[in-house]
Design a protein around this ligand. Sequence first.
Ligand code: EPZ
Length: 419
Amino acid sequence: MQKLVIRGEKRLSGEMTVQGAKNSALPLLAGCVLCSGEVTLKNCPSLSDVFASCRILNCLGCKSRYHDHCVTVNASALSECAVPEDLMREMRSSIVFLGALLGRAGECELSFPGGCELGPRPIDMHLGALAQMGVQINEEFGVLCCRCPHGLHGAKISLSFPSVGATENIMLAAALAKGDTVIYNAAREPEITDLGDFLCSCGARISGHGTSTVAISGVSSLHGCEYEVMPDRIAAATYMSAAALTGGELDLKNARACDMQAVIPVFEQMGCQVFTYENRIFINCKRPLKAVRTVRTMPYPGFPTDAQAVVMAALTRARGTSVIVENIFCSRYRHVDELVRMGADIKTEGKVAVVEGVKRLYGARVRAADLRGGAALVLAGLAAQGETEVENVCYIDRGYENIEKCLRDAGASIVRVTE
Ligand code: EPZ
């Protein structure tokens, strides 16, 4: 087991390069299954979830290789349509391999992704949409056996909720399906736009990705391409929160402000100065933080649920009362108890968390229970008096590339210790 040991109260400053987006790289890696030529993905973050996806690709007979933020995948020799259960369990988001395998091979076998740290992770919208496209789905002992006895065909699909994963799965399945597919009430996240642009670079015929109506005309095959993964908007929000919590200033390179239109104003309401450029965000947080009346997580372009925990960490030190409403996941406050152990004053009731700013946080031994909650604990440790130990770093490594090096290079006192 590994933990991060942080000595707090050090102001962050300097330049930081934001990693490629985990939540774009994962569906793009699944999308490689559709391609009969070689794909090169650049700016791919070095994350355990990315390596898990590469392992799945290799199990399927697609040769994948990760080297220096670049992944090459050759899926021409795809030989398998079943994703091993241990790999499915390792990463719930591997459910997007379902659409890609159905698109390429017309069949797929994988275990239910299972719920965990954020509450149940149902996939009813994924399965309902694929069934409309001609997929026969049998569930036996937690394993989904999917076949297309009469081939995969396009459909008009209306999502009851703009699910990111369901939108991705439908796009991946529809790219090579017979006929046209339209997704109504599609997710509009920038990662959806990235996936659509990637698939179009491989020869897919997709339009409207990034809006609530996506149209896909199936083609017979997809070739390879070279594609650059978009910047990680949640990692950028995380490091902005680190600057806010330490009263520092950071110059974030490879940060796309246009993806963060709902996040940046929250930091400005806290009293931070934010200057945005083409691919850079400069944040200066020299003034004491102010509470933010209400932060509501919503589907894009609303405030992202993935930034909820890290912004809450900053609000624990903001003068006044802030209210957070988590509308996307039903159990995304597991970091609250740990923040309270560090002296934060937070009360939760269902979807609502009320944060009373405190003068000081105190170092403590805390435990990450999920990716973004774990990052929030690290940020709180940066501001806390004394030493903080954050255990279960494996959760954090799923989504943050070398978080301790990024923070240490900006002036934090943080080391990784293997127990
Ligand atoms: C993606 O998860 C992201 N993961 C999540 O990021 C992110 O929090 C989420 O989108 C929302 O933006 C990846 O991209 C790998 P959803 P996903 O389908 O696709 C319910 C992180 O920290 N739902 O939009 O699973 C679901 O339970 C991760 O980087 C159904 O009920 O999110 C949830 O309450 C965490 N039935 C809500 O919709 C379904 O069939 C949003 O889920 C599908 C979803």
